[in-house]
Design a protein around this ligand. Structure first.
Ligand SMILES: O=c1[nH]c(=O)c2nc[nH]c2[nH]1
Length: 447
């Protein structure tokens, strides 16, 4: 019996197979079924190759890539503040608390307005997809009006969206105009959003996942953290927050709780195998052991960390420890919606950590050493690391995985003498949205 595939992509592909290695396969048939899964990958030496190619051609389902195009997994952005999109690139010379108070909270408060939220979120989701991001883990805003619009935008554009209603109930650290009315209201609104998303998801084949989202320790009371831990358990939901992200935030936890923030969040049941913690530039060994034991993922946001992180996150060490780690743009602490740009910054920041930055210090003492990561390490984080952090069967070109893919061409000619490894490196360093020809989520073309 003939199997009819929805789409058969004929071309070469790259996929990470572990932290250090990227597999390259030429001229394969990537066969995608009606459910948007990669049902079969057929190599040129397979006896079924010609038959499957012929049948797909007859049915009009064959998409043959050009010589300079390749397939790669779609990217997973583990940290996006959706309502901050209009501010991308603004005020990055301010310290975190001032940036939040003067620029970020006033903007996020505008998302009570459904029309404004729709305008911004439609553009954001489209922009991320155009940059190859098929899955995004979003912080929404305090008000659910905007959060519903964000969930709708993910559904309308077929992006695998994870959306959190931001919780901020601590009057001492949040402005009057942008705060949950009370702890109970914060918890009720979190549950209300879970039910709103449930309704929106009806009949959708790429559902949005609601996410429990205490903004960070300073914005939350202990009571709300305890309540959110219980809601996460009750509904088996993912959790996201910021952890050890800057000297100020790190110091706040120690001053107010006498503990590091990782321990506080753990005490409230907020560190689980469904948790993603953003930044983590200042995580110590004990925190990392805690993350590993609990199965917590880290959203490494290398661009944003340059501005607010007060340190370089030691990506190589974290990968070596087998703590889950993916990449995040952190719009708008990060100014760029592209995960490619964050791949590049992750590599560059790691080199500065490795070699050091102060020319007055002798070369032997200047850097940490053994800290530089490769383009392959960064690609792994952008794909497999992100998928692991969200417990998704995606992030690889692999049978049984969701067909979340991007088709990309090389920006510049290779002049005939570069091999697939060179081409991969060049793609990691040179790709922009203009070189991403097509993007597919769960087998649906979205670009
Ligand atoms: O980079 C950041 N962006 C934010 O919006 C935020 N809120 C708390 N901590 C934060 N860090």
């Amino acid at each position: 019996m003939n199997i009819i595939y929805k789409t058969v992509l004929k071309g070469s592909y790259y996929t990470a197979i572990d932290k250090n290695q990227v597999d390259y396969q030429i001229d394969s048939l990537i066969c995608i079924d009606d459910d948007g899964q990669i049902a079969n990958i057929v190599k040129p030496n397979d006896e079924k190759y010609e038959k499957i190619q012929h049948e797909a051609e007859q049915q009009g389902n064959l998409m043959a890539l050009t010589k300079d195009q390749v397939v790669m997994p779609g990217f997973i952005d583990l940290h996006v503040h959706a309502p901050q999109w209009p501010n991308a690139g603004l005020a990055l010379d301010r310290p975190l608390y001032e940036w939040l108070d003067q620029y970020t909270f006033p903007l996020e408060a505008k998302f009570k307005d459904a029309d404004y939220a729709h305008l911004v979120y439609d553009n954001l989701v489209e922009t991320l997809l155009a940059n190859g991001t098929t899955t995004a883990l979003y912080f929404g805003s305090v008000d659910n009006t905007g959060n519903v619009e964000l969930a709708k935008a993910c559904l309308a554009h077929h992006q695998r969206g994870f959306v959190g209603k931001v919780v901020m109930d601590n009057p001492a650290q949040t402005p009057d105009y942008y705060r949950d009315e009370s702890t109970q209201v914060a918890l009720d609104e979190t549950e209300a959003f879970i039910h709103q998303v449930e309704q929106l998801n009806k009949n959708e084949n790429i559902p949005v996942t609601p996410v429990i989202t205490p903004r960070f320790l300073p914005s939350c009371t202990d009571e709300v953290l305890a309540g959110l831990g219980q809601v996460a358990t009750k509904y088996h939901l993912p959790i996201q927050s910021h952890c050890s992200e800057s000297d100020w935030e790190n110091g706040y936890a120690i001053e107010t709780h006498g503990k590091r923030d990782a321990e506080v969040l753990d005490d409230f049941g907020l560190l689980t195998d469904k948790t993603v913690m953003a930044h983590g530039t200042l995580l110590n060994d004990e925190d990392l052991d805690r993350f590993k034991n609990r199965g917590v993922g880290i959203a490494h946001c290398p661009i944003s960390n340059v501005y607010f992180g007060n340190a370089v996150m030691p990506a190589k060490k974290i990968l070596a420890k087998d703590v889950k780690v993916g990449l995040g743009t952190d719009i708008s602490g990060g100014f760029d919606p592209s995960i490619y740009q964050n791949i590049r910054q992750a590599i560059m920041s790691s080199r500065m950590l490795d070699e050091g930055v102060d020319s007055k210090v002798s070369p032997e003492l200047r850097g940490k050493g053994d800290a530089a990561i490769t383009a392959r390490n960064a690609f792994y984080m952008a794909t497999v690391g992100g998928a692991q952090s969200l417990n998704l069967t995606t992030g690889q070109v692999k049978e049984g995985y969701a067909a979340d893919l991007q088709i990309v061409h090389t920006k510049y000619p290779t002049f005939g003498h570069q091999d697939s490894e060179d081409t991969f490196d060049k793609m990691m360093y040179q790709t922009t949205a203009s070189e991403i020809d097509h993007v597919m989520t769960q087998g649906i073309f979205v670009k």
